[in-house]
Design a binder for this molecule. Structure first.
Ligand code: GLN
Length: 489
């Protein structure tokens, strides 16, 4: 058994650690061995923190041996998207401009993981600054989908999702600005949750679009998702947008019972261009929820959904253009120091430090915010944002949750959408509205189309993560998609 420990979920590994049947060192070694075995094909990791991880695991084993009770994440190997600051471990955002940046502090989520004695095994590849849907915009290398190495894992948290699917880690963290946890979760057949805006601290999360960004877990099943949420959620005085609501025990809500819950299916999410097998897969999943006792209404309409993509691609680049102004060749990492004066240093640093997608966003955002266009674009987009949010509020007066596909398509081929930004942007058509409204949503494995993963998205009102997890868990109990493993090696 000792060789297969990397295949365990958090809750399975926890049980074995608690009973002292395995050690954290054995578990961490198994994960590192697996990384060594498959990473050449999957390429999910930017940094593998082997020595640090083994040193920590040894310390945790000493702790486990002298303490009766351990927390659910104690001794559990965890991979972190490279947009989250880890003290002493390089944090690159998969960008040349931060290639050698070693943060002097931990993000709050990392502090919380460390407090529970989780083991950080490394940093996951991503689209540069989390801008993208395929992980092909990484400045270093693309990540491959473990289910079909010629295809993308989704993005921007593609490294985190692919690593969980390939058993290169027990669990991972990602970040989601427009779908970057849920869409790669769907494309890799793992569970991914975007929490309510304000539920999880953004302190130490490198900012992309601050009014949309949230950190969320990527895990092998719904129980693990609840356990990671228990650890990372909660108020943080260092993030002024974090909300001081108490954190429920998310794992306790996993009863398997969803009888009487009202679930709406908004028709606008079954968009033109959606693949037939994805549609059929999600419809079958909804039918399963009905069999489990949920009341399903197929006639829901959210007409403002059609503006979500346009709103997002005004707001996100606008905020990004402001947030990324700090990379000036003076304060952080990479710098064209010999450029002459400070203006030229900044210009040249940004010219060679940022990749093409990041530059596109900065230009779009700068334009949308410029004096003459602010009202026409940014201000207008904010107004439509309010309409989208209101439409959700109204729907949630009637329904406990809304169910949609996570991605309109199964994993696409590497390179397929790279030359066509609009096609790439459309990957997140089903996930963007959730960030615009600040609500939570989870993606769960919901079958396969010709052996490629399909994901179902469940959205809820603010701070209804418990309900979403409950529905997701009931569905998971009734299916075994989450037990399938990609045919790697
Ligand atoms: N794909 C979307 C974008 O490129 C969302 C990214 C994200 O959620 N970080 O902006």
């Amino acid at each position: 058994m000792a060789n297969d420990l990397h295949q365990l979920t958090i809750h399975e590994a926890h049980e074995l650690l608690r009973q002292r049947k395995i050690s954290s060192t054995e578990l961490t070694r198994s994960v590192l061995h697996r990384i060594g075995h498959v990473e050449e094909k999957v390429r999910a990791c930017v940094t593998i923190a082997e020595d640090i991880a083994l040193r920590e695991a040894k310390k945790v084993d000493d702790y486990i041996n002298t303490n009766r009770e351990i927390a659910p994440l104690t001794g559990i190997p965890t991979l972190i998207k490279d947009v989250i600051c880890t003290k002493g471990i390089r944090t690159t955002c998969s960008s040349k401009i931060l290639e050698n940046f070693i943060p002097p502090y931990d993000a709050t989520v990392i502090e919380r993981l460390r407090k529970e004695k989780a083991i950080i095994v490394g940093k996951a590849n991503m689209d540069e600054f989390a801008m993208g849907s395929s992980t092909e915009h990484s400045a270093f290398f693309p990540t491959h989908n473990p289910w079909d190495l010629a295809r993308v894992p989704g993005g921007s948290s593609g490294g985190s999702a692919a690593a969980v699917a390939a058993d290169e880690t027990i669990c991972a963290l990602g970040s989601d600005t427009g779908g970057s946890v849920r869409q790669p979760a769907a494309l890799c057949s793992v569970v991914g949750l975007k929490p309510t805006y304000g539920r999880v601290s953004r302190f130490g999360l490198v900012a992309f679009a601050s009014s949309l960004d949230q950190i969320g877990p990527l895990t092998k099943d719904v129980t693990d998702c609840a356990l990671v949420m228990n650890t990372i959620s909660g108020y943080d005085p260092r993030d002024s947008t974090s909300v001081p609501y108490p954190v429920p025990d998310y794992a306790r809500q996993l009863t398997g019972d969803i009888r009487g819950l009202k679930i709406g299916i908004p028709k606008e999410y079954f968009v033109e261009g959606m693949e037939d097998q994805v549609r059929a897969g999600v419809e079958a999943a909804v039918e399963k929820l009905r069999e489990l006792g949920a009341e399903v209404d197929w006639e829901v309409s959210l007409p403002h959904t059609k503006y979500a993509l346009a709103v997002y691609y005004i707001l996100a680049p606008s905020e990004a253009s402001a947030n990324l102004a700090r990379y000036d060749g003076v304060k952080y990492g990479f710098s064209e120091r010999d450029a002459g004066n400070v203006i030229e240093t900044t210009e040249k640093t940004r010219q060679s430090g940022f990749g093409p997608e990041v530059k596109r966003r900065i230009m779009l955002g700068t334009y949308a915010l410029s004096a003459g266009y602010y009202d026409a674009y940014y201000h207008k987009a904010q107004k439509v944002r309010t309409l989208i949010k209101r439409e959700f509020d109204q729907a949630f007066e009637k329904y406990d949750a809304l169910v949609t596909p996570t991605s309109p398509v199964a994993p696409f081929r590497l390179g397929e959408k790279l030359e066509d930004p609009i096609q790439m942007y459309l990957s997140d058509i089903c996930t963007l509205p959730v960030n615009i409204a600040g609500i939570p949503a989870i993606s769960v494995p919901a079958g396969f189309a010709d052996d490629l993963p399909i994901g179902m998205q469940i959205m809820g009102k603010p701070f209804s993560e418990e309900t979403l997890l409950r529905i997701a868990f009931a569905y998971e109990q009734a299916t075994d998609w989450h037990k399938r493993r990609p045919p790697l090696s």
